[in-house]
Ligand binder design. Structure first.
Ligand SMILES: [Zn+2]
Ligand SMILES: [Zn+2]
Ligand SMILES: [Zn+2]
Ligand SMILES: [Zn+2]
Ligand SMILES: [Zn+2]
Ligand SMILES: [Zn+2]
Ligand SMILES: [Zn+2]
Length: 272
């Protein structure tokens, strides 16, 4: 805002208050500071500003743009919607926060802690449990070439007697057995029983087809969430689900804290 001797419409400077008013009356430069509407006299402008709540003093300005709001709540809603908080601002994420505390929380979150999960074997850093697990399940770790999806699963399974994350399977197709032969041993006297899920089938051919369907054979993990029945082919995809916190079963921090002991420890599987 300019000085009192500046025209509100064209910002020209005048020597006196009177001269300025004369000019503004003559050319209709009584301008609203909020919406820039121009009026022919001061009364008309005041009326406009009263009617429209355009007095800046009663109003709250957005921290990020030149919008004004009648209430704090409206201003907040706008600043959240447009990411216009500027007082508390994270420059590396280009994201504003309502309070000092919100910003601090953000700075302490995983986003800013960076690649803080090290591969237990080669010490390479990963930002997520999903990342380090994928690294190992795909056999990409130079220091742990024997690890892959199957060997990790076999290890995890032994340490998960309560089936926190592994499904209750009787056997698991080992390396090299890309198809499973269901034999007459699955005959329970009435039907052929799937040894993975106890479903029953009338013919040996049907149960064979069922067991070898890729989805069935490979989804060996499940979400530990009570209300969440999601199943996963790999530990990495389970971690990915958990780290997204989409079902709320396990907090992101807890996944990160526990991934190390999942992959190397001797401890029973669980989220401490
Ligand atoms: Zn003017
Ligand atoms: Zn106005
Ligand atoms: Zn704004
Ligand atoms: Zn940030
Ligand atoms: Zn590694
Ligand atoms: Zn089955
Ligand atoms: Zn879940």
């Amino acid at each position: 805002m300019g000085s009192d001797l500046e025209c509100r419409g064209c910002y020209k400077q005048f020597g006196s208050f009177h001269a300025r008013s004369q000019h503004m009356d003559a050319v209709g430069h009584w301008q609203c500071d909020t919406c820039f509407v121009q009026c022919w006299d001061e009364d008309a402008l005041n009326e406009h500003m009263n009617d429209e709540y355009h007095w800046k003093d009663d109003r709250i300005e957005c921290e990020g743009c030149y919008s004004w709001f009648d209430t704090k709540a409206e201003a907040k809603r706008h600043m959240y919607a447009e990411n216009h908080f500027r007082t508390y601002f994270c420059t590396s994420c280009d994201k504003g926060f309502e309070t000092d505390n919100n910003l601090k929380q953000h700075m302490n979150s995983s986003i800013h802690r960076g690649a803080n999960i090290a591969c237990p074997f080669c010490k390479r850093g990963f930002a997520t449990a999903t990342g380090v697990t994928h690294h190992l399940e795909t056999g990409s770790c130079p220091n742990a070439p024997s690890l892959n999806r199957e060997t990790i699963y076999n290890e995890i399974r032994k340490r998960d007697p309560n089936h926190v994350i592994t499904k209750k399977l009787l056997t698991y197709p080992g390396p090299g057995s890309s198809t499973v032969e269901v034999t007459n041993r699955c005959w329970n006297g009435f039907n052929y029983e799937c040894y993975l899920c106890d479903k029953e089938f009338a013919t040996l051919q049907a149960v064979n087809q069922h067991v070898n369907s890729p989805a069935h054979k490979q989804k060996v993990y499940h979400c530990p969430g009570r209300g969440c029945a999601k199943e996963f082919m790999s530990l990495a995809s389970l971690f990915n689900h958990l780290e997204s916190e989409s079902c709320g079963a396990v907090k992101f921090e807890s996944v990160q804290r526990n991934v190390g002991s999942f992959l190397t420890g001797r401890r029973t599987i669980g989220f401490a």
